[in-house]
Design a protein around this ligand. Structure first.
Ligand SMILES: [Zn+2]
Length: 205
């Protein structure tokens, strides 16, 4: 690495420190020519590839802002959201890939959000997974209930009283959850609709 003072082409690492959260390394370097010292920070690159094909650096803030609206009116704190964003980043970095599809980012959000708050999860999932009908909500709720029943059965076995509330208030399909900053602008064309499928229309034979 070039010395930022004299542009000498080389430098020597005199100290290395990993940050508390383990995501960055600070290196103290010394220039063998002018002897001055400087610091470099090393971070594994993690980019998100958007639907448009453009890439942008992964950002926990974007995860938080993308999920926050789905959490409106729910008992979810800023700390909860920060922790969720951290989990998402850990999951994505765990894939070992430097570039992540925006769709994968959404998938990585669903799991921790479901644990955090079921209503917020349903709101987010309905936007992210393009829920189109009550049947989609129904399927998601059925799956939530099945998991909850399993949890409660386990809790009952171990003697605790479970005490979870029913999921009757879970659905809010009023569009209120349409809040992700990464919300797909180009909605998926599922059934062709009017037939005006544009330049992507399959031409066969
Ligand atoms: Zn120098």
């Amino acid at each position: 690495m070039h010395c930022p003072f004299c542009r000498h082409a080389d430098s020597r690492v005199v100290d290395s420190r990993t940050s508390d959260d383990g995501t960055t390394i600070r290196r103290r370097r010394q220039c063998p020519a002018c002897q001055r010292r400087f610091t470099t920070i090393e971070t594994a690159s993690l980019s998100v590839v958007k639907r448009s094909g453009a890439t942008e650096p992964f950002s926990r803030e974007k995860i938080v802002s993308g999920v926050r609206k789905a959490c409106q009116g729910r008992p979810v704190s800023a700390d909860d959201l920060a922790l969720l964003a951290q989990k998402v980043e850990e999951t994505l970095r765990g894939t070992g890939s430097p570039e992540i599809d925006a769709y994968e980012v959404g998938l990585a959000i669903l799991g921790p959000l479901r644990e955090l708050d079921e209503v917020a999860y349903l709101r987010f999932a309905s936007v992210y997974q393009d829920f189109e009908s009550l049947a989609d909500f129904d399927a998601a709720i059925t799956s939530l209930r099945a998991e909850r029943a399993e949890r409660e059965a386990r809790a009952a076995e171990s003697g605790t009283d479970g005490g979870a509330r029913a999921a009757e208030d879970a659905v809010a399909p009023d569009g209120d959850g349409a809040g992700t900053s990464e919300q797909p602008a180009d909605a998926v064309d599922t059934d062709g609709g009017t037939g005006a499928a544009g330049d992507e229309a399959p031409v066969r034979g």
